[in-house]
Design a protein around this ligand. Structure first.
Ligand SMILES: CC(=O)N[C@H]1[C@@H](OP(=O)(O)OP(=O)(O)OC[C@H]2O[C@@H](n3ccc(=O)[nH]c3=O)[C@H](O)[C@@H]2O)O[C@H](CO)[C@@H](O)[C@@H]1O[C@H](C)C(=O)N[C@@H](C)C(=O)N[C@H](CCC(=O)O)C(=O)O
Ligand SMILES: Nc1ncnc2c1ncn2[C@@H]1O[C@H](COP(=O)(O)OP(=O)(O)OP(=O)(O)O)[C@@H](O)[C@H]1O
Length: 499
């Protein structure tokens, strides 16, 4: 593809050298540059890609995109140079052009918010698949390109990987895609080349303040998704924002965008376009009445917890906005899969119920503890920790929530990363009343202890790591899975009971 073709959608930029040069690859990592590549220099958190431009030229790059003016070395080597204001925006727009703008040919559902992205995207993906046979999925757990499922590297991958994945989905016959859009991705313009048809906003509560510093910055990162959709002139259908107005930030977002784009609201609040009325929860699922366009529908979902009713409502609203008939979408909800590590139930032969859940924010932990407490006839035993090298402010808040809503807490390690596990644990317990917790830093031992203590009628919640099959320690990653530990300990306890 010619360099000029790749530059067509770029905002103001300055080209030095030929625009006719043929590009063989787009690349942001100098170490992977091949002869004929166009190297795009990004300023990162660990490194500044501009420092690697000479290396990229040495390796044969024939074009450079950078936030700085053309260098003498590039002029001497007849390397084309594109100066831009924002190389992250440039790489996303060029990545979309390189792959033929695949998002313009599929119904794209983007899900953003602090909690519920993975679950909502999973549900929407399943509903799309049941109606349209093939649909793509991009999110924290896995990517499904319509043919093959691979474990994910990011919730929202970098723009070049992302656009390539979308192209594969289109080639594999996907008509729709459900994808998570993280605040990091929005801040770093990873999705700037995507034309979304539907954007879902689930909620906003404290998380990722190590990166965004303030809740307002965090919110503004989410706003970018809807700004992008409101400004989109290339989508085949008018973009729709699907917003939870039971959430205070959701109400603010709906106000900001009504009049600028189509906004459909959901929640139990009066006036919501997709309104959840009477609801009822059981240990195996939930039911609610949906009011939509003056009609009433009974919705049954095989997921527990009020928050999952919101997730299913968001997914329903999104696929209906994408063109799936209401009754088909509601019927398909019966067949959605268990999302790995999201309130995943393991029933112990001795009668206790053990749940693994990915709750790792104060709000998520509060919701999940409240849900389980309602289902519990005896004690709720909560095992949890907090990740290292991430938002520290949430540690005492999570401690306070767990202590308030559980009958017993075991504070353990999550992914301590380079931090001292006991120091993280002490910050968590700073929010807990004395005597309301035990400390067991070794996660495997903490899980074993909780399962050993559990009796008929008890619920054990193992929170924080959900589907993850590793633990990140200061010495590196080790294999670790909450589900494997649970199975192992249930077996041991079972054998012990039978002996
Ligand atoms: C803090 C952060 O988000 N960093 C992301 C960012 O990396 P970066 O630009 O900071 O990378 P860098 O190492 O500073 O390098 C800068 C540039 O120099 C280049 N370079 C570097 C070395 C070299 O020799 N040559 C060279 O060209 C690099 O390729 C890069 O282009 O851009 C990369 C490409 O898009 C991402 O892979 C990377 O994600 C890192 C690995 C990460 O862990 N991100 C997490 C925080 C994240 O994004 N999480 C969210 C989900 C959060 C949630 O909801 O839980 C996600 O969407 O996954
Ligand atoms: N709508 C919701 N509101 C509040 N909490 C929720 C909601 N949905 C899920 N949760 C809680 O948050 C946890 C994470 O859910 P999920 O993985 O769906 O969200 P996420 O936004 O993808 O999270 P992350 O960005 O951290 O991957 C769940 O395990 C559950 O405890």
């Amino acid at each position: 593809m010619k360099l000029l073709t790749l530059l067509k959608d770029l905002p103001k930029h300055t080209l030095t050298g030929s625009g006719q040069v043929k590009i063989s690859h787009l690349e942001c990592d100098s170490r992977r540059v091949l002869p004929g590549s166009c190297y795009i220099a990004l300023k990162g958190t660990q490194a500044d890609g501009h420092a690697f431009i000479p290396e990229a030229i040495r390796r044969g790059a024939c074009a450079i995109v950078a936030e700085s003016p053309c260098t003498q070395e590039a002029r001497d080597g007849k390397v084309s140079w594109v100066e831009v204001n924002d190389s992250r925006l440039a790489v996303s727009l060029m990545g979309a052009a390189w792959n033929g703008h695949p998002s313009r040919h599929m119904s794209m559902i983007g899900v953003t918010g602090t909690n519920g992205k993975t679950t909502t995207a999973y549900i929407a993906h399943s509903l799309l698949k049941q109606s349209w046979l093939r649909a793509g999925l991009i999110g924290t757990i896995a990517y499904d390109n319509g043919e093959e499922i691979t474990p994910s590297t990011h919730t929202t991958p970098g723009p070049l990987e992302l656009e390539h994945l979308l192209k594969e989905m289109l080639e594999n016959g996907c008509r729709g895609v459900a994808m998570e859009v993280s605040s990091h991705a929005l801040d770093q313009e990873r999705v700037a080349g995507i034309n979304f048809n539907v954007g879902i906003f689930t909620n906003l509560t404290q998380d990722h303040l190590d990166y965004h510093h303030t809740m307002e910055n965090y919110f503004q990162a989410k706003v970018k998704l809807f700004e992008q959709m409101a400004a989109d002139t290339k989508s085949r259908r008018k973009p729709v924002a699907v917003i939870n107005i039971d959430d205070a930030y959701g109400r603010r977002l709906a106000e900001m965008f009504s009049g600028r784009m189509a906004v459909k609201t959901y929640g139990s609040a009066l006036g919501a376009d997709f309104r959840m009325l009477v609801h009822h929860a059981t240990a195996r699922g939930s039911e609610y009445e949906l009011e939509y366009k003056g009609k009433s529908y009974l919705v049954r979902v095989p997921l527990i917890g009020k928050f999952n009713m919101y997730n299913s409502l968001a997914a329903l609203a999104a696929v209906i906005c994408a063109g799936i008939p209401v009754r088909d979408a509601i019927a398909s909800l019966q067949n959605i899969p268990q999302v790995p590590g999201r309130l995943e139930l393991f029933t112990h032969p001795g009668g206790a119920q053990i749940f693994i859940d990915y709750a790792h924010t104060p709000d998520a932990l509060e919701n999940v503890c409240k849900t389980l407490k309602e289902l519990c006839s005896r004690r709720l035993i909560t095992v949890f920790g907090c990740g290292g090298n991430r938002d520290k402010g949430k540690r005492p808040l999570m401690g306070a929530v767990a202590a308030r809503l559980s009958d017993a807490c075991i504070v353990t390690s999550d992914n301590p990363r380079s931090e001292e596990p006991l120091s993280i644990i002490n910050q968590i317990t700073a929010g807990m009343p004395e005597g309301r917790y035990a400390i067991i830093p070794d996660r495997a031992r903490a899980i074993a202890t909780a399962i050993d203590q559990a009796r008929l009628g008890d619920i054990v919640l193992i929170a924080g790591k959900g589907h993850e099959n590793y633990q990140e320690l200061s010495t590196g990653r080790i294999d670790f899975s909450d589900a494997k530990e649970v199975r192992r300990n249930m077996r041991i306890k079972d054998e012990f009971t039978q002996a």
